[in-house]
Write a protein that binds this ligand. Structure first.
Ligand code: NOJ
Length: 547
């Protein structure tokens, strides 16, 4: 079986509001992305994933959609969206839209209609339930939520609507009601929405919180759990096991249905945002023939530890759960979590080593805009946040979240892209940008990084050249090397007769050890060296060698 293109690709995530503002309103836009396409192309990435830019009241910056087939005016027009698709393709690249299928905005006309009565044409398009206590008559009786389920942001996800005297369910925030996929009309309409964009040439979708798309049909109460906070490998938390509101068998089946919708248009990428134990999230990929989503994020690694031992174990576990023909995704930053540079103590040597790993390990790398120049988070107060999440937690002092390592105010990781050292980091020539630009922009920016030979940016560009040239790095099998000195991680990638080895020194100390390979394809540090079967690696350095 041929490897699909989306298993060999490299992904660059754009948060459109913060990428480039072409019309001086302080907000990034589609035209801005078009103007910067050559930058991403020259960096060497093949696929762009763009966070949502559809019509939306922007209460969750676009993850609350009020029309799936219209473009929010601040981002541009349908013509510009089509131009973007075309310009990406002209460069031989692919474009992935963000499909928020699970929920709409509360402002979506479907929800507005649905909430008016219990018997309108859209009345069953959302998840409506009665109080679990019987009413004692008009206006009498106690209101009690239909069951004990918690939303992903904590607290009950049931919200009362006086018009219908019923509760609707929101997996995320109250203004994002979940669609009811048990209603065939909803399923059909959303599959047609997918077709709408595929017809316009989109190469596939990233699927927002896809693991909550179906809920238990009987709405059974979740069992008690001692777990206080959800984690990446186990979404249970807030003292209950998330047994009936996510990762349901119907969601795995729906993944396959979506794959067949996409198959009508050729080889299309479906990248699921799901969470849970790897043995569970693997089910979204389909059976052994890989007939489901094809790719899912693995979020455990967003909380990586910088050590050879950690990454060896991570890769081993991933190889067990996602063996060929499955393909894992390696991601260290995104628009919801702290940027990876934070976990690296802002040490660019470590960031280069992490990039070497991400771009050579068996998997699809997904890089968040600005990660390539080491853009840092910008701490901002909760009470003025654009992000709705911190407002929910305003009464809890910030240090509590810092201690728990939680990113509550996602504005901090979404600040404008730092292009150069002109005002607003070259992101916008408006007086005020939608989020403040980080003060460090005169030091950390694309222009400056591109001029420094050994910058993170140039390192990534160099690595991408090697990856794009060596097929073994794109689709070869992986084997972890044993018997290496402490602090060194090594693995090989092999495809037919092609074989490369990757050696990474996670220690600050240099290391010298015996290693027999013929040619060096890439090295992080100029003084790394392979001679007479002896390999010398500087601290936090690494190499790609060819057999
Ligand atoms: C996950 C997205 O990544 C996040 O940004 C968004 O707020 C929620 N889903 C709700 O759509």
């Amino acid at each position: 079986m041929n490897t699909p293109w989306y298993h060999k690709t490299t992904i660059y995530q754009i948060y459109p509001r913060s990428f480039f503002d072409s019309n001086r309103d302080g907000i990034g836009d589609l035209k801005g992305i078009i103007l910067k396409l050559d930058y991403i192309h020259q960096l060497g990435f093949e696929t762009l994933w763009i966070s949502p830019f559809f019509s939306s009241p922007q209460a969750d910056t676009g993850y609350d959609i009020s029309s799936y087939t219209d473009i929010a005016p601040e981002y541009g027009s349908m013509d510009e969206a089509l131009q973007l698709i075309d310009e990406v393709h002209q460069r031989g690249m692919k474009i992935v839209f963000d499909m928020v299928m699970n929920h709409t905005s509360i402002e979506h006309p479907w929800f507005k209609e649905s909430r008016t009565s219990r018997n309108n044409p859209k009345s069953d398009w959302y998840i409506w339930r009665d109080s679990h206590l019987p009413s004692l008559g008009e206006g009498l009786g106690v209101r009690a939520k239909p069951n004990n389920w918690q939303s992903l942001t904590g607290g009950s996800g049931w919200h009362y609507s006086p018009e219908r005297k019923q509760y609707f369910w929101s997996s995320f925030l109250p203004f994002q009601p979940d669609l009811n996929y048990r209603n065939p009309e909803v399923k059909k309409t959303m599959s047609d929405t997918v077709r709408f964009w595929l017809n316009k040439g989109v190469d596939g979708f990233r699927l927002d919180i896809f693991n909550v798309i179906y809920k238990n049909a009987e709405f059974r109460n979740n069992p008690f759990s001692f777990k206080l906070l959800p984690t990446e490998d186990d979404p249970s938390g807030f003292f209950q096991e998330a047994k009936f509101n996510l990762n349901q068998p119907e969601s795995f089946a729906f993944a396959k249905e979506l794959r067949s919708v996409c198959d009508e248009f050729g080889e299309k990428i479906l990248l699921g945002e799901v969470s849970g134990d790897r043995s569970i999230i693997r089910k979204f990929l389909g059976d052994d023939v890989n007939n489901g989503l094809g790719l899912v994020f693995d979020f455990e690694m967003l909380n990586f530890q910088f050590s050879a031992d950690y990454f060896r174990k991570l890769i081993e576990r991933i190889e067990i759960h996602f063996p060929d023909p499955f393909m894992p995704v390696y991601v260290f930053s995104n628009h919801d979590r702290r940027r990876s540079i934070h976990k690296l103590g802002e040490d660019l040597r470590k960031a280069k080593l992490l990039a070497l790993l991400q771009l050579t390990v068996r998997g699809v790398p997904c890089v968040y805009y600005g990660e390539e120049i080491g853009m840092t988070d910008l701490p901002q107060p909760f009470n003025t946040a654009m992000d709705p999440v911190p407002h929910k937690f305003r009464s809890i002092p910030r240090f509590v979240f810092d201690l728990l390592g939680l990113t509550i105010n996602r504005d901090e990781v979404r600040t404008p892209m730092q292009w150069d050292s002109t005002p607003n980091a070259g992101f916008s020539s408006a007086g005020k940008t939608w989020l403040p630009v980080h003060k460090n922009y005169s030091k950390i920016n694309v222009e400056r990084a591109s001029k420094a030979e050994d910058s993170l940016l140039n390192t990534i560009q160099g690595l991408m050249k090697v990856r794009n040239h060596e097929r073994s790095l794109q689709e070869g099998s992986l084997e972890i090397l044993s018997g290496l000195p402490k602090g060194i991680l090594g693995y090989t990638r092999k495809l037919n007769k092609e074989k490369v080895a990757i050696l990474l020194n996670f220690d600050p100390q240099p290391r010298k050890f015996e290693f027999e390979y013929s040619e060096c394809l890439f090295k992080l540090s100029k003084t790394d060296n392979l001679a007479n079967a002896k390999l010398h690696l500087n601290g936090y350095s690494g190499m790609i060698l060819k057999a």
